[in-house]
Design a protein around this ligand. Structure first.
Ligand SMILES: CCCCCCCCCCCC(=O)SCCNC(=O)CCNC(=O)[C@H](O)C(C)(C)COP(=O)(O)OP(=O)(O)OC[C@H]1O[C@@H](n2cnc3c(N)ncnc32)[C@H](O)[C@@H]1OP(=O)(O)O
Ligand SMILES: Cc1cc2nc3c(=O)[nH]c(=O)nc-3n(C[C@H](O)[C@H](O)[C@H](O)COP(=O)(O)OP(=O)(O)OC[C@H]3O[C@@H](n4cnc5c(N)ncnc54)[C@H](O)[C@@H]3O)c2cc1C
Length: 644
């Protein structure tokens, strides 16, 4: 029987690496312990025959695919339970670990939401007594839950959710009801056939007063028969772009009663007599979403690293065309256009992984503060989680598509795994906060920061440069630090432009809401630039920090990746950089020259002006482009894809 021989081109590429692969692996895993832990879990899973499909899942019926995914989910969970009991630690159950394990089965698991949102919500929003009652059952999957917040009529606008939870003091119960078709819960993963419990987010009413959206833990199916309980309508919402086995469902309540103690009461409470006790911040109800947004940044990096590995390997083994008659067909990796497609995907997966780790640390310190009753960091972390979730998921999804395209027809095969990875990353751009909506949330924060900066008020770390941006060095030197400063200047320029846009529309008679809407394209742009500056700066600083404790060869390659990332985005945003110029002689500040005529900020003019700008900067682009392409070519000889 033919033994699977590794392709010679791939072997040769791998033999050319210039750094210690194990050292890079440890760096990616967050240390040797992380690598050991990951390999132990992978070894536990990889040899399980039932996890490998004889028949490609695309040839199965929807029912067979779902049953196949449930079977694999059960196998993986049992393996994890063994791991937890063997190590007597719930570490393996950390949502990020759990998510990694569940993603080892090609299909999205119907219990993804159980571990990804149901369990974290009990951790984050249940009182100590409630955790006592439900947490172990949830961790051991004696109950299987989901997170039911989005409705047919509302996903973004949470204050508009229509499901009601009305307190009845005579029976000390809440009555859950879906008053309209649009109030039906729509989308929750696992709801179709899998979950028997869920976190329901509903408008809380007590003593005829509405207190806004709150979270409730609700049993929806019988624990023995798994049939929907009386007063519950539930089912599958049908086929989607991807995520076919996530078992997304719908849920409607017909005056369904739950005990008072099923309202999650860590933050706000309803007492037996119906009195409402307010939480420190009504935004704490949104806590699980912030956690998942933070996790999505690392997940975006992980999914992109899978796609970049497939594309890099394919680029090493695929030979195509004959630039020189009579010569062997070259590896497509030798085409600079191929490098330009694939190398940025590799660099971005590292940039997002390190930024995701930085954000996780910020989130962990916030949760510690919240436990002490200190909410000071909440606004900035919300703004960061929103824009980083939006940009990381969008970058990951578009670069996954770029990796697919770099593999020609074979990238279009299901067996390439690109369709599955694309479907998963496309979902993250929408779920847990839709792209534009998240960036507009960050824009709210930036507009407040800009006002404080103008008043010289010291700002929180990620916007502090807004106060000092005018002290930036006038000379433009082509170093990573100067490029990062340039990204800061671009961000400040876009924030200023958006703030001026709002002011312009207000001065022309619009109220704030309409002025905000008229300037919203600029507001989104300002958030994108603020976020890009954060990723560039964090990537560069994390590489500098870790380089000090790693071997020189590895440090060199990682430094090259971070320089590539910075150069790539200067090119992509060269128009914005062109608009940022130093003002010679008198003032040293970066002046953001908006090409829009001072009179009009309407999108048509701004769009037209942008066109002019792009024509004007073409020359700039060509010269910078050469820099980067030289960079790629030079790096191709040294650049190492051995790790792929
Ligand atoms: C990889 C593993 C995967 C693990 C597996 C996980 C798989 C996941 C599957 C998908 C699961 C889902 O999609 S679950 C459903 C996800 N749904 C969403 O994300 C809904 C998105 N919408 C929202 O979050 C909200 O509606 C907003 C933030 C857009 C608007 O909320 P709002 O209440 O109307 O607030 P708004 O008026 O805009 O702002 C009022 C003030 O509140 C602040 N504010 C708003 N939200 C927050 C917040 N979360 N934390 C702090 N502060 C907040 C604002 O900054 C503002 O402050 P100031 O400016 O006044 O100072
Ligand atoms: C695969 C998948 C899994 C999901 N799983 C779950 C789950 O388990 N539990 C759950 O509760 N939900 C889940 N969701 C739902 C998801 O959270 C919502 O789809 C998401 O929050 C977006 O809301 P929406 O669908 O109502 O879109 P909308 O908010 O209606 O967005 C539609 C368009 O309107 C625009 N828009 C909306 N508001 C504004 C505004 N204020 N300003 C400017 N533009 C605006 C948006 O930018 C977008 O272009 C899932 C969704 C997907 C795709």
């Amino acid at each position: 029987m033919a033994v699977n021989k590794v392709n010679e081109d791939l072997l040769r590429e791998r033999a050319r690496y210039t750094f210690n692969i194990e050292e890079l692996t440890n760096f990616i895993d967050g240390g040797e312990e992380g690598t050991r832990n990951r390999r132990e879990v992978e070894d536990m899973v990889i040899h399980v025959k039932e996890l490998h499909d004889e028949v490609p899942e695309d040839y199965l019926s929807h029912k067979e695919r779902y049953e196949n995914a449930v079977k694999k989910g059960c196998i993986l969970i049992d393996l994890l339970k063994e791991h937890v009991l063997r190590h007597s630690s719930f570490d393996a159950y950390k949502p990020s670990n759990m998510y990694r394990v569940l993603s080892m089965a090609k299909e999205v698991s119907p219990v993804l939401l159980h571990m990804g949102m149901f369990v974290p919500t009990i951790f984050g929003q249940a009182s100590a007594e409630q955790q006592e009652e439900w947490l172990h059952k949830a961790l051991m999957l004696e109950i299987i839950g989901t997170y039911a917040q989005t409705e047919l009529g509302h996903g973004t606008f949470l204050r508009g959710l229509e499901t009601t939870a009305t307190y009845d003091p005579s029976t000390e119960e809440f009555v859950l009801h879906s008053p309209t078709l649009t109030s039906y819960k729509w989308w929750p993963g696992g709801l179709g056939q899998t979950a028997n419990h869920c976190i329901v987010v509903a408008q809380l009413y007590s003593r005829e007063k509405c207190y806004g959206v709150h979270a409730f833990l609700v049993q929806i199916r019988d624990s023995e028969t798994h049939m929907p309980l009386p007063g519950i309508k539930v089912g599958d919402i049908g086929p989607k772009l991807g995520f076919q086995t996530a078992n997304n469902g719908f849920l409607g309540f017909d005056h369904f009663r739950i005990p008072r103690k099923n309202m999650l009461m860590r933050n706000a409470q309803v007492l037996k007599d119906g009195r409402y006790v307010k939480s420190k911040s009504d935004k704490l109800t949104y806590g699980t979403m912030m956690l998942v947004r933070v996790m999505i940044v690392s997940d975006a990096a992980y999914e992109l690293s899978r796609a970049a590995t497939i594309a890099a390997r394919y680029s090493a083994v695929r030979r195509q065309s004959m630039p020189r008659p009579g010569q062997p067909e070259p590896q497509i990796l030798d085409y600079v256009t191929q490098q330009h497609k694939v190398f940025i995907a590799i660099a971005t997966s590292h940039a997002l992984r390190l930024t995701g780790g930085w954000l996780w640390d910020a989130y962990s310190s916030l949760t510690h503060d919240l436990d002490q009753g200190n909410l000071d960091q909440l606004p900035e972390l919300h703004a960061l989680a929103c824009c980083l979730k939006a940009i990381s998921s969008r970058d990951s999804n578009s670069l996954v598509e770029q990796c697919r395209m770099s593999c020609g027809g074979h990238g279009y095969m299901s067996s390439s795994n690109f369709p599955t990875i694309y479907g998963a990353t496309a979902a993250t751009v929408t779920y847990e906060g839709e792209y534009t909506v998240m960036l507009l949330q960050t824009a709210r924060y930036l507009m407040k920061a800009w006002k404080e900066a103008l008043g010289g008020i010291v700002l929180t770390p990620t916007v502090a440069y807004m106060v000092t941006y005018n002290k930036a060095k006038p000379a433009w030197v082509n170093t990573p630090e100067a490029i990062i400063q340039g990204f800061h200047a671009v961000a400040v320029g876009k924030v200023k432009e958006a703030a001026d846009g709002i002011e312009y529309h207000q001065n022309s008679g619009k109220d704030y809401e309409d002025a905000w809407n008229a300037a919203s394209v600029m507001l989104v742009k300002a958030s994108e630039c603020y976020c890009r500056a954060i990723i560039c700066e964090t990537f560069w600083k994390e590489i500098q920090k870790h380089s000090r404790s790693m071997s020189r060869n590895l440090a060199v390659v990682l430094q090259q990746l971070s320089e590539l990332y910075l150069s790539y985005w200067v090119l992509e945003r060269s128009g914005d950089f062109f608009q940022v110029r130093t003002v010679p002689l008198t003032r040293t500040k970066f002046e953001f020259v908006s090409f829009a005529s001072p009179k009009c900020h309407c999108q048509m003019c701004t769009g037209f002006v942008a066109h002019i700008t792009s024509v004007v900067v073409l020359a700039v682009q060509v010269s910078i482009q050469n820099l980067t392409l030289t960079f790629c070519t030079r790096k191709r000889n040294e650049f190492d894809i051995g790790s792929c």
